[in-house]
Design a protein around this ligand. Structure first.
Ligand code: NAI
Length: 475
């Protein structure tokens, strides 16, 4: 008789693997089913990790061109060896995916390679690449299959000229002209990579601003910084089609305001218009598991999937987490896997959605946690603002990284921090001070009175927090 597991996790991305490890730590007999040859899902294989590897490499290349001379470091004949850059990125990915395999072994997690599908509430069918099948018995299942890139119906991916973020990580030559559709995280990050390496990049965005729902004032600041770096933007414009002839795409778009039609040529078009939950072939329909109109799997407060018929209202043994369920589609939000594992082991798993940070890894970076000014106004919450520019921060000046600013938003009455927004050097690391303070429901005064080593970028946060009480020491 085959083993019965306490938990089978379908998908080994940042939600699935942390969930599986937590379950194993709590003594559950755990297995993971992964369809791809390596673990780690989109994030490790074709998302967060390779894009950051290329962002870091391309930052060095751009610095060699534009910054080193001012530091007195003279370089001659700077050349791009793209093949080496891509190889290094692949090695970074491999080290990370191998790391997950190691962690699975260390935590005695059984792995199945193949496509997982719910056969019943307590059975997962695994279909291997050769078509052979195996049924795995389990007390609980965690669905952690993540998401896939949205495709525009009038501009299908061809993998060469019209591409998704996956192919944008492996271009074998720098495009002369690249058009990016969508000024969200992917468009701005991968647009930055190829712009720094020499491509003429134009971003077409439907909204009137970049960076999606991020704070409008700081989004505008980042827009101007990226424009200064050479990125072009067509905002308030909707792409309507693309014609590819002899590897050149003509992208048609029209302005949202007046419908005026226009077009632009590119040798590569990166479509980055969001992602959708990946739930095909999981057997959800057969079990009557409920999805919202956008395809997100609906769960209760314990991450147990809801049923479409309400009879029973939810399946207690089937959990879903991460990009598959509603909420921000971010790798770290998928830590829900940990909460779900704790809940199924009888503990109190919990996720505080008020403190999920968001980061766009341009340079300077854009990081935020909590509410924006726009959201505070919408909710009729009275707030105070403190800001501080990096141009007035000693460490930023020493590093020649003075673009950007910090904005701290605090409740007018209680001084509790409601949101922190940073465009600036290493904003991705700086934001976590704000996350920690908000987790403990701290105030702007708490942030202002805490020590910040001098001289550090982090002092900009302290000064912005002092600014909430009109006490910045700005020159
Ligand atoms: P996104 O949802 O962040 O941005 C897509 C943008 O495309 C939106 O601004 C939208 O207005 C625009 N758009 C949609 N249709 C359009 C059209 N026809 N013409 C012009 N513009 C159009 O999606 P993105 O950047 O593809 O990222 C996908 C997901 O992955 C997001 O949820 C994102 O948060 C996540 N992600 C997060 C990263 C990070 O945390 N650093 C990095 C990469 C992705």
């Amino acid at each position: 008789m085959a083993d019965t597991f306490d938990l089978v996790v379908i998908g080994s991305g940042p939600g699935g693997y942390v969930g599986a490890i937590r379950a194993a730590q709590l003594g559950l007999k755990t297995a993971v089913v992964e369809k791809d040859p390596t673990f780690g899902g989109t994030c490790l294989n074709v998302g967060c990790i390779p894009s950051k590897a290329l962002l870091d490499s391309s930052e060095h290349f751009a610095a060699a061109h534009h910054e080193l001379a001012a530091h007195g470091v003279l370089t001659k004949n700077i050349e791009l060896d793209l093949a080496t850059m891509l190889k290094r990125k692949d090695k970074v990915v491999l080290d990370n995916t191998n790391g997950i395999a190691f962690l699975f072994k260390k935590n005695k997690i059984t792995t199945f390679q193949g496509r997982g599908r719910l056969k019943s509430t307590n059975e997962v069918e695994v279909t291997r690449a050769d078509g052979s099948k195996e049924i795995v018995q389990t007390r609980n299942v965690m669905l952690a299959t993540g998401s896939v890139a949205n495709e525009l119906p009038f501009m299908r991916f061809d993998g060469r000229t019209v591409i998704s973020s996956t192919e944008a990580l492996t271009l074998s030559a720098v495009p002369k002209k690249m058009v990016v559709i969508g000024a969200g995280a992917i468009g701005l990050e991968l647009g930055s990579v190829w712009m720094r390496l020499g491509a003429d990049v134009t971003v077409i965005e439907f909204a009137g601003k970049i960076a999606g729902p991020m704070d409008a004032g700081l989004s505008d600041r980042l827009l101007r910084i990226l424009q200064k770096q050479g990125m072009k933007f067509i905002l308030g414009a909707k792409t309507t089609g693309a014609e590819v002839k002899k590897s050149i795409a003509v992208v048609q778009f029209e302005t949202v305001k007046d419908g005026a039609k226009n077009s632009i040529e590119a040798d590569v078009v990166l479509v980055a218009v969001g992602r959708k939950p990946y739930s095909e072939g999981l057997g959800l329909e057969e079990l009557g598991i409920a999805k919202d109109p956008r395809g997100f799997v609906l769960v209760n407060e314990h991450y147990q999937v809801m049923t479409a018929t309400n009879r029973p209202p939810s399946y207690p043994s089937i959990f879903a987490i991460g990009d598959l369920i509603p909420g921000p589609m971010l790798a770290h939000k998928a830590e829900e896997g940990v909460a779900a594992a704790e809940i199924m082991a009888g503990h109190n798993g919990h996720v505080n959605y008020e403190t999920v940070p968001g980061v766009i890894y341009t340079w300077p970076e854009f990081a935020a946690v909590g509410l924006t000014e726009e959201q505070l106004k919408e909710k009729n919450i009275n707030y105070k603002v403190g800001t501080f520019p990096f141009s007035a921060n000693g460490r930023a000046r020493a590093a020649m990284q003075t673009d950007g600013m910090v904005k701290v938003l605090a409740d007018s009455k209680s001084d509790r921090i409601l949101g922190v927004h940073i465009v600036g050097p290493r904003a991705s690391d700086l934001i976590h001070e704000a996350v920690a303070i908000m987790e403990f429901k701290g105030s702007a005064e708490d942030m202002a009175r805490s020590f910040h080593a001098h001289p550090t970028f982090s002092e900009a946060l302290r000064e912005a927090a002092l600014g909430v009480d009109s006490r910045t020491r700005q020159m």
